[in-house]
Design a protein around this ligand. Structure first.
Ligand code: MCA
Length: 504
């Protein structure tokens, strides 16, 4: 049997030559056979460009359907797909290219000049709405490609996640990881060929690329392929959709639209939320407005999806439900002993979904696993001890210092190191403060050198040139001294209390 994820996807393509797959506003429908042929052409073109199974193909591109074909091409040819957030700037990209040494980099035409200077010897091709240089190469190629024979542990993708040390780590995901998780989700959420998934997420993270796309393709469903999340556009398309997946910001922005009504949401059988905590207020307001209950689930880049509230049964606000089929979750104390329900501890995961390790970081990988093979998520939580959500997982926070802004993870260390390097700055602490739109807003607290003025706008402006804008603090506050405990550790909880009410 071929463990290649594309072979699994292809086996689930709807029968009949021309089933619609992607519904794109203002553009022709893309049918399943067209997508398959486009991916074959790209696989042939990349093979001709020198790519071999195991080679990395790094992609920083807008959400054109050609990019989906490129992803499928990489899967079927055994190349390792490396998606990159379009917000990443030069220095971030240079690090990824040096670390992952891709054979090919696919980018937007407007960044070609920059990318060529940092691509580390990779061949650089553009992709745009018409296909770009990649499309030009693919056009002359055969529309057939024999999907390579893959082993379950062969790499399918590397997805970078920020780290507590400030250095990003590439999570190596295998065909088994992606396939097992996709099958578990299709079952848990009962996707069928009759579904139309409204897809407004970016396709460079696990949520939009794997969770949403795999659910749709493995059930022969259609997708409304929207270039980005625009609340007005989503409200307009929703009557023609049966399912939607989003981060909590999607739901708060929808609720802010007067045109978003019960009637608009009537045909949708499933609203899924993930990537950040969904506030119970949002959960309740959504139910009030639409009569529908958002299904909250929990996952990570390293593990794919771990738990989910049920499709049938109680969906409880503030919980993330039960482990998906084939996945084990445990909550343990500092000594590694399993906690009783109602007792908060570290959340650990085991199963076919758990990644193969951090790319070329064996030491770091070892640290994140227990001796008996469980992955430490870094999140803390408890099993709900009683009531209608009994035995559901409730997340209580994060042991690591991470901030989640609009569904994107930000590690303070990376930002603090950069702010500390500014002239006039003694030290800084970066925290997340409650924000009505992004859930948490990245905020910096800075101590200035005696007699030196700190220019908030200059810090923000410089950081925007250096790093992805979603990581840049929305505010920079200046104080005399950072509060520290007896061990000398900065007490970020006190800073969150003090500046929590001042977010814009
Ligand atoms: C954009 N901006 C942000 C964010 N996004 N600031 C903080 N946090 C953000 N997430 C800033 C931009 O830099 C810009 O700032 C201004 O907001 C407007 O930018 P724009 O691109 O127009 O923003 P937007 O289109 O409104 O985007 C907001 C968004 C987007 C729709 C919430 O961030 C989004 O699609 N988030 C989803 C992320 C996601 O897919 N996460 C899944 C990760 P300025 O004007 O100052 O330049 S996978 C995962 O977490 C795990 C595995 C899981 O369980 O799913």
């Amino acid at each position: 049997m071929n463990a290649n994820l594309y072979a699994l996807i292809e086996a689930h393509f709807p029968s009949g030559a021309e089933q619609p797959c992607l519904l794109i506003p203002g553009a022709p429908v893309v049918h399943y056979d067209e997508l398959a042929q486009a991916s074959a052409r790209i696989a042939n073109a990349l093979t001709r460009a020198g790519c071999q199974p195991g080679d990395r193909v790094a992609v920083q591109a807008d959400k054109h359907w050609h990019v989906l074909a490129l992803y499928l091409a990489c899967l079927r040819a055994g190349f390792v797909y490396l998606p990159l957030n379009t917000a990443y700037r030069r220095s971030e990209l240079a690090y990824f290219f040096a670390d992952a040494t891709p054979r090919v980099v696919v980018c937007r035409p407007q960044t070609l000049g920059t990318i060529e200077t940092i691509a580390n010897g990779a061949r650089v091709l553009t992709v745009d709405a018409h296909g770009g240089a990649l499309g030009d190469r693919a056009r002359g190629e055969a529309a057939h490609f024999a999907t390579v024979q893959s082993q379950p542990d062969d790499l399918a993708a590397i997805v970078y996640t920020s780290g507590t040390t400030g250095r990003s780590k590439g999570a190596s995901l295998t065909h088994r990881n992606l396939a097992s998780n996709a099958l578990a989700l299709v079952e848990a959420w009962a996707f069928t060929r009759g579904d139309v998934l409204l897809h407004a997420l970016p396709i460079y993270h696990v949520h939009g690329l794997f969770v949403a796309i795999h659910c749709a393709l493995l059930s022969g469903a259609r997708l409304w392929w929207l270039p980005r999340f625009d609340a007005g556009e989503v409200v307009e398309r929703l009557p023609a959709a049966t399912a939607m997946m989003g981060v909590p910001t999607f739901y708060t922005r929808l609720l802010a639209e007067p045109a978003f009504t019960r009637e608009r949401a009537r045909n949708v059988r499933l609203f899924v939320s993930g990537s950040a905590p969904l506030l119970p207020e949002t959960f309740a307001a959504f139910r009030e407005r639409t009569g529908q209950t958002i299904l909250e689930r929990y996952g990570m880049t390293e593990t794919g999806m771990i738990t989910s509230n049920p499709l049938d049964g109680v969906r409880a606000a503030g919980t993330v439900g039960r482990p998906l089929a084939g996945i084990s979750v445990r909550v343990v104390d500092d000594a590694g002993r399993v906690c009783a329900p109602g007792v908060v501890g570290g959340v650990q995961v085991r199963g076919p979904n758990v990644f193969a390790g951090y790319w070329q970081m064996p030491e770091k990988t070892r640290e994140e696993f227990t001796v008996d093979g469980w992955f430490r998520t870094g999140d803390v939580g408890e099993w709900v001890p009683e009531g209608e959500a009994k035995d559901y997982l409730r997340l209580a926070g994060r042991a690591k210092d991470m901030i989640i802004s609009g569904g994107l993870n930000v590690y303070p260390k990376e930002i603090e190191e950069r702010i500390d390097a500014f002239p006039g700055v003694v030290e800084s602490a970066v925290i997340g403060v409650p924000d009505p739109d992004f859930g948490e807003a990245v905020t910096a607290v800075v101590v200035a050198k005696p007699g030196q003025a700190i220019d908030e706008a200059a810090i923000i402006g410089t950081l925007k040139d250096e790093i992805a804008a979603f990581k840049v603090p929305k505010r920079v506050h200046v104080i005399d001294e950072l509060p520290r405990n007896a061990m000398g550790k900065v007490q970020k909880n006190l800073l969150r209390q003090r500046f929590g009410g001042t977010s814009p």
